[in-house]
Design a protein around this ligand. Sequence first.
Ligand code: ADP
Length: 496
Amino acid sequence: MKVLLLSAEVEPFAKTGGLADVAASLPQALRDLGHEVAIMMPGYRRALYAGRPVRETGVRVRVPIAHRSLEGRILVSSLPGCDVPVYLVDYAPYFDRSGIYGAEGVDYPDNCERFVFFQRAALEGIRMLDFQPEILHCNDWQTGLVPVYLDEVYRPLPGSVFRQVGTVVTIHNLAYQGSFWHLDMPLTGFDWSLFTPDRLEAYGRLNFLKAGLVYADQISTVSPTYAREIQALEGGRGLDGLLRARKADLHGIVNGIDVTIWNPAIDPHLTARYTVKTWPAGKAANKTHLQRLAGLPDRPDVPLMAAISRLDPQKGWDLVVDAAAELLRRDLQIVILGTGEPGYERTLQQLAKEHPENLCVFLEFSQPLAHQLEAAADLLLMPSLYEPCGLNQLYSLAYGTVPVVRSTGGLADTVVNATPETLQNHSATGVSFTEPTAKALIRAVDRALELYADSDTWPRLVATGMNTDWTWHRSAEQYVRLYERVRHQRLAEHPA
Ligand code: ADP
């Protein structure tokens, strides 16, 4: 299979969230399965200076934007540690800027044309590159128009190389749709006749993601439960009707974790490395180290609960703030690592000042600390209001840290709630709760603390989690099946 993955973020070139991790890990896993894969992304300043070698391909592309014709070029780099090519669509006026989508929290006003340019330039570039994909795997709104350009512009061209090329659109977070005012429509070059609710329009605006969901051959999102939730009014963000209409083509594939980075047996950030056989001693050493670092009492037996995430309402911080005073009455240490909304930062800082004995808050973005916390903690708290997939709970499972999660999206699909039945059949890996309330959160933490105190049950819970397979290999095989489905679909529509 020949697959080109299009993404606005790819680690280590440019990252604001989980999309960048997926866009780097999935292609490697596909290649390990024997497929031919390349990546295409915008040539942002930070991507060109990410420390990876970047070369010219010699390919120049001309892209119409409204009445102008702009010339960009395609550069090429590669993922570290493997030779998956990363094509960079370069046009300095759009991408030689400090930010990816904006600066100082404000989106660039020309994001519509920046990403129209990226998508058209990508398709123009593909026509001239050595690599001829069978599948274009688009990700999120920044690539949502690609299936539209294919159908409306590129496939109908005489002798088109795109005749049998199929598309997958993956939704990483439905909250971000690339919705622009209607007068941006001419930037796309599409006829106004496409500006209808069954095509590119959503609620009077031009909507890139919606357009992709209408035109894609197949659609996926990053967990089966999220795939169901976005078909309901409450989770659909205005697109639930469309997603229900396309439900036969909508698949949930859980993300994997990169075990070269997230593996307690080889993690260079840890004080002590450990495996499923040596975790009690390993975690104890990491815990002592973290307690000192966090200025918390050096107590090996007290349960330690971590939270690592963006300080955003999505992640359930309102529940945490409401539950904090009660939780801190328990014999429990809490360490929080996060950055984000200033309101949460101030509240958490204040709480930490009031409870120096059992709460420490790190308001920073630190990869080493994230690793150390996963290794040191007994519990991870992740009470998200919604969660397309979630990665931290997967890291926690691998690190023997029992997740306490709200049962939503990918959290529901990856954490097996401890009940008498799942404990008995040894499938339990964590504790989950459903109601988005502080009371339900506190009850869940209390249940986890009871399990922690039970010296028979706890080691089993930890070991079951550590033994679950969340490697990318598993997910990549599911994507391959999806690509095969697309290929059959296209062959049926356009026989060779
Ligand atoms: P999302 O993509 O919605 O932010 P995920 O759980 O899918 O949530 O991924 C978040 C990633 O960002 C994880 O790898 C997590 O460890 C990391 N992360 C979040 N906040 C921090 C932080 N303050 N310091 C270090 N890593 C963080």
